[in-house]
Design a protein around this ligand. Sequence first.
Ligand code: PLP
Length: 400
Amino acid sequence: MPATKTDWAALEERYYMRTFKRLPVVFERGEGCYLYDDEGKPYLDLVSGIAVNIVGHAHPRVVEAIAQQAARLMHTSSLYYSEPQLQLAEWLIERSPADRIFFANSGAEANEGAIKLARKHGRTYRNGAYEVITVGGSFHGRTLATLAATAQPKYHEPFLPMPDGFKYVAFNDIEAMRAAVSDKTAAIMLECIQGESGVHPHTAEYLQAVRRLCDEQGLLLICDEIQCGLGRTGAFYGFQQFGIEPDVITLAKGLAGGLPIGAFLAKERCAVLTPGDHGSTMGGNPVCCAAAVATMHCLEEEHLIENAASTGEALIAELRNLKETVPGIAEVRGLGLMVAFDTTEDVAFELVSEGLRRGVVVNATGPCTIRLVPPLILNEGQVEKGVGMIADSLKAVSGP
Ligand SMILES: Cc1ncc(COP(=O)(O)O)c(C=O)c1O
């Protein structure tokens, strides 16, 4: 190791808030489905910054759009019209069941906006109803309201009391959902396929029954598409796989291909926010929106949604095949390129480290669950290579 090499781990230990357990690797650059560390070692990236780099790393079209917009105009605020913002708004709304959009900077902010919209809708049209029902195992963000919406008590505990107005029900249980609805309920918010809990899809029957319940009771259905949207499952929106249409959609993660952005979209009849209700200094920043327009064009023109469907099928098939040939895999599940497998022993964190040693990036959502959310440009050769490295890593971390 050269004497002058910076000790990044020591700098983190000295200066950074103790919020992250980092893995011992410094990625310096990326290209396509590959990341390269500070010694030039390549890694096949099956995580894509947690479902963010949907068109791969350093896609020339996205890089060019960012460079051009940054040189022209980086920021103006929400006081004025913004060309890239309106181009992105048009692109997204024309391909969505929604009619209006608002841009934020992150997933949590997108969900905050959707919750505010649901509260105002409940106040206006449902006698002051304000409660949002969410589902056990969900993840909706780290701000106080979205943390409260996240139905996982372990995340609440250090920050109690949580903001009021959220109610939790068991996963995929329509009777529990029906029983939870009251005259205080304004909305139901869910991920059609839960991501952070380890890729757990709801059933189509359940989601369709939730849709009917919302219609009967005058509730808004908010689909958090932050992880399962934007082509990942083999459809532009995850909900399209289940035959439902939400009233409100939230997006973030991959929308700008790697720059920070979030959005919530709503049908006209529930787009109740008016001047003064909501805002964001940076939300819909011109550079992020220009990156997003380029990312969306790549998604469409390079047929990446179709690729996510076919390559995802190959990935799931290879993993199921591995389950038959290598001991240590309990279950494989997912849709498109949103995939997870459970291990029979608590080896997921070790498997992540072993994968890094062997040159493949995978993610553990818990002690026995590995999640794979690669760039949507992944090809079948890379699937074979990645699953090979996962197999070798699994053999290395499993007992004899
Ligand atoms: C489904 C879902 N919603 C919301 C969020 C929060 O997004 P962000 O980290 O951009 O605030 C995440 C992040 O993992 C997510 O997976």
